[in-house]
Design a protein around this ligand. Structure first.
Ligand code: URA
Length: 253
């Protein structure tokens, strides 16, 4: 079994234990041990190649993953978030957008890209001929990174996720990619591109050049928040999205 599969089972087992504790159970001996060690759920979300008997649809797999992430405390962001922000859109989308991490609005609503930058992203998606419902939108980290984690009600309390937070959370994005199997991923902004490409190059250097992540085409481009600060960058993003649209239409770069 691959290390990532062990990690998935451990994460599920941890969540199951937490659920029993939430229900008021205090003794491990009284918990149904088969459920803790290897839940049916954990078997079903393992790679379909290995688990040919898996009967869950992509929608059900995403819902299962959502339940796991909702109770995740793998890093300290899990202690301060109001909502885990897993993703929105189609579980079989051809096109996936990956941002950096939720901000104030996203933390409050539990949905990615709903603030000002999100509204601009929605416009970009619609200009490409898609909707928020038929693409998939998510982030590298699923919880709101705050400057002051004791104050989730404060605006302008956002900070970029640390490399450790991104690395800790990234296996959830990998699972989303494995379930959804998009044809192309758009990495929005420097944090997302760096985390997916392990590159230290600035976003202005790598944007517009199609790379690959886990065998899937990946287009790095500017974050919509950067376009709000500097509208002259919009034309570059549109150039990049034209390459993405062409790939989706023809299968060619
Ligand atoms: N910025 C991001 O990177 N992600 C969001 O969900 C919102 C703003």
């Amino acid at each position: 079994m691959k290390q990532s599969e062990y990690l998935k089972i451990l994460s599920l087992s941890k969540r199951t234990l937490e659920e029993y504790l939430n229900w008021g159970e205090t003794e491990i001996a009284k918990m149904p041990i088969d459920k803790i060690i290897s839940t049916e759920e954990s078997a079903k979300i393992l790679s379909p190649k290995k688990q040919s008997e898996s009967v869950l649809s992509p929608k059900e797999k995403i819902e299962t993953l959502k339940r796991i992430i909702d109770s995740c405390k793998e890093c300290s962001l899990g202690n301060s978030r109001l909502n885990a922000v897993i993703g929105v859109g189609s579980p079989t989308a051809d096109l996936m957008f990956v941002g950096e991490g939720p901000g104030f609005d996203e933390d409050h609503k539990g949905e990615p890209f709903v603030g000002k930058a999100g509204q601009l992203l929605t416009k970009i998606i619609e200009a490409m001929g898609y909707t928020r419902e038929n693409v998939y939108i998510t982030n590298i980290v699923k919880c709101h990174p705050m400057i002051d984690p004791t104050n989730p009600e404060k605006r302008s309390n956002d900070r970029p996720p640390t490399p450790l937070e991104m690395e800790t959370c990234k296996h959830y994005l990998d699972e989303q990619i494995e379930i959804i199997k998009p044809k192309i991923i758009v990495a929005l902004g420097a944090s997302s591109a760096k985390s997916l490409l392990y590159s230290e190059e600035s976003i202005s250097k790598i944007r517009g050049i199609v790379k690959e992540y886990k065998g899937i085409k990946l287009m790095p481009t500017y974050h919509p928040a950067a376009l709000l600060r500097n509208p002259s960058l919009k034309k570059f993003v549109w150039d990049d999205m034209k390459i993405v649209m062409h790939y989706l239409d023809t299968g060619k770069i």
